[in-house]
Design a protein around this ligand. Structure first.
Ligand SMILES: NC(=O)C1=CN([C@@H]2O[C@H](COP(=O)(O)OP(=O)(O)OC[C@H]3O[C@@H](n4cnc5c(N)ncnc54)[C@H](OP(=O)(O)O)[C@@H]3O)[C@@H](O)[C@H]2O)C=CC1
Ligand SMILES: O=C(O)C1=N[C@H](C(=O)O)C[C@H](O)C1
Length: 252
């Protein structure tokens, strides 16, 4: 039998963490060696011999968690939000000192969501207007969602490359927030509603037509195949990868 990969989950008692613990526990090629909560020392990772962490904690803790792992040559698969440009830059320079270590930061582990963002980026150059509506459960602490921020960045990149001007908008009088957040020039609207899990619509408007690209996660199980793919792949991808699409062959 091939050796199992030793994996630790951080944020293990949370909504995502608890689901990830189950998925890793059930995977025959993975060995769940630690499941850490807020109060647990990161030194446990070393004592447990973790080869890879899965961080599903909170935006305030994720950088420290990942930096601790990288400094010890432990690979990291990260689903937690809060990775702005500053944090990514700091992580990149840390990784330069640990060139054999891999980190995957995936704003969304659901395959359908990754595809929806890629499709939206592909379509964005052909439409005059584009806006994003993300809809989540009301216990989510951050807005806009990490997925929406990533989708907006991909759309903005595609439109800039194709020389598409900004979406038209005549708004000159606005109650604060009514037009959502401006993320790389794309308006993002955040809905928080009991009963929801994780959903997103990209609205693309042209003269006399609209294309809507929608993805729905109805259960956190939807994120588990992506997490397992990340854990199984990260050690063979040293350095920083942002987005699960980096591990997928998305071109038709
Ligand atoms: N990439 C993806 O596909 C997905 C990403 N997410 C993201 O994952 C993150 C977690 O989401 P969710 O599970 O819903 O949130 P929860 O609030 O349910 O879980 C977060 C957990 O992290 C724990 N925690 C807080 N501080 C630390 C710390 N320093 N070290 C370890 N654990 C800590 C919390 O403990 P305590 O309860 O004691 O505070 C809590 O159990 C969010 O950023 C969310 O946006 C969510 C879904 C999918
Ligand atoms: O907090 C959540 O629930 C989710 N967070 C991630 C995000 O902010 O995009 C991924 C998914 O949308 C669920």
């Amino acid at each position: 039998m091939t050796e199992q990969l030793a994996v630790a989950v951080l944020g293990a008692t949370g909504r995502m963490g608890a689901e990830a613990v189950k998925a890793i526990d059930a995977a025959p090629d993975l060995d769940l060696v630690a499941a850490l909560g807020r109060e647990d020392s990161l030194d446990t990772l070393v004592a447990a011999g973790a080869q890879c962490i899965v961080d599903l904690s909170v935006p305030d803790a994720t950088f420290e968690n990942v930096a601790f792992a990288v400094e010890r040559g432990i690979h990291a698969v990260v689903g937690t939000t809060g990775w702005d440009e500053g944090r990514l830059e700091r992580l990149t320079s840390l990784l330069a000192d640990h060139p054999a270590t891999g980190v995957l930061i995936a704003p969304n582990f659901a395959l359908g969501s990754v595809l929806a963002s890629a499709f939206a980026a592909r379509a964005a150059r052909y439409f005059e207007s584009v806006e994003i509506v993300e809809l989540h459960h009301p216990d989510k602490v951050d807005a806009p969602s990490g997925t929406a921020v990533r989708t907006a960045a991909l759309i903005a990149q595609a439109r800039q490359k194709a020389g598409v001007p900004a979406s038209p908008d005549a708004t000159s009088a606005e109650r604060a927030g009514a037009r959502g957040a401006d993320v790389d020039g794309v308006r993002v609207h955040s809905v928080r509603l009991r009963g929801l899990v994780a959903h997103q619509e990209v609205l693309l408007g042209g003269v006399g037509e609209q294309l809507t690209i929608r993805h729905d996660s109805y259960h956190r199980e939807s994120f588990m195949p992506g997490i397992l793919l990340g854990v199984r792949t990260v050690s063979s991808r040293p350095g920083l990868t942002v987005g699960l699409d980096g591990y997928l062959e998305l071109e038709a």
